[in-house]
Design a protein around this ligand. Structure first.
Ligand SMILES: CC(C)(COP(=O)(O)OP(=O)(O)OC[C@H]1O[C@@H](n2cnc3c(N)ncnc32)[C@H](O)[C@@H]1OP(=O)(O)O)[C@@H](O)C(=O)NCCC(=O)NCCS
Length: 180
């Protein structure tokens, strides 16, 4: 399968957007798009974006505001990790919580997996926050990453926040928008 990157359009899901079934290999993520994404929009809990090639939905992702919080690191010996998070932030501006945007869900349709669409989504989210004007400050992108997708996020320069979740099915990762 090949595709022309210029043909990929990103559109915001609206309450009247027509949706058809979506298959990424994960039932929860498939169902979310069809059955929950509009409810999250109505409840102002998440905004969903669709990646379209012509009329086909090839991927989607959701964004919500978040905070990257020091208390997420519980182990005393890991406090140094928090200093790493803020290492590029001047001392006077260091906080216990930094403003962030969370990629709540991210899924690429099976038909298009392994073709760079996931990487394109990460770049698109970074560009949204680097090039567009915002109503509020936002320094980091966060994600609660599925174990099966950890390497994908690592390859896209996300870092682990803590080793507390080392054995968990889902791990917290972050990306510093100022590292670009
Ligand atoms: C994980 C997922 C988003 C990746 O999207 P994709 O479009 O297939 O990924 P890309 O083609 O952009 O891959 C970018 C890089 O990550 C690697 N990669 C992709 N998925 C990977 C995975 N599951 N494990 C390890 N590496 C992975 C690719 O090999 C590629 O590496 P390279 O730069 O060295 O070539 C997609 O497979 C998916 O939707 N999976 C099911 C749902 C899911 O797990 N979502 C994540 C929820 S947190």
């Amino acid at each position: 399968m090949n595709f022309d990157i210029d043909k990929v359009k990103i559109m915001r899901l609206e309450e009247d957007t027509a949706l058809v079934s979506f298959e990424c290999g994960d039932t929860d993520l498939n169902d979310f798009l069809l059955n929950d994404a509009k409810n999250y929009l109505k409840s102002m809990l998440a905004v969903t974006y669709l990646l379209k090639i012509n009329d086909e939905t090839v991927a989607y992702f959701c964004l919500s505001y978040d905070g990257l919080t020091r208390s997420a690191i519980l182990r005393e010996e890991e406090k140094a990790l928090w200093n790493k998070v803020g290492r590029k932030i001047p001392n006077s501006k260091r906080r216990r919580t930094y403003p962030a945007v969370k990629i709540g869900r991210l899924a690429v349709s099976k038909k298009y997996s392994g073709l760079g669409i996931g990487r394109l989504i990460i770049k698109a989210v970074v560009m949204m926050y680097l090039t567009e004007q915002h109503h509020a400050g936002c320094r980091f992108i966060t994600v609660d990453a599925y174990r099966s997708a950890l390497s994908f996020y690592e390859k896209n320069n996300f870092r682990f926040l803590t080793t507390k979740d080392l054995e968990d099915d889902i791990r917290t990762m972050y990306f510093d928008l100022k590292s670009v």
